[in-house]
Design a protein around this ligand. Sequence first.
Ligand SMILES: [Zn+2]
Length: 47
Amino acid sequence: MPGSDPYHPTESYYECVSCNERTVSTEHLGACPSCGEAVRNLAVARE
Ligand SMILES: [Zn+2]
């Protein structure tokens, strides 16, 4: 399937403002899964 990349769905990177843990999620993430603090949405890294 040209143009399709099954290994890269629409992902967003989130970084916790408290513990700096980074989480990749394909859904909106409202809180850090580790400590429950707020997370910020980072620019999607492309490799
Ligand atoms: Zn955290």
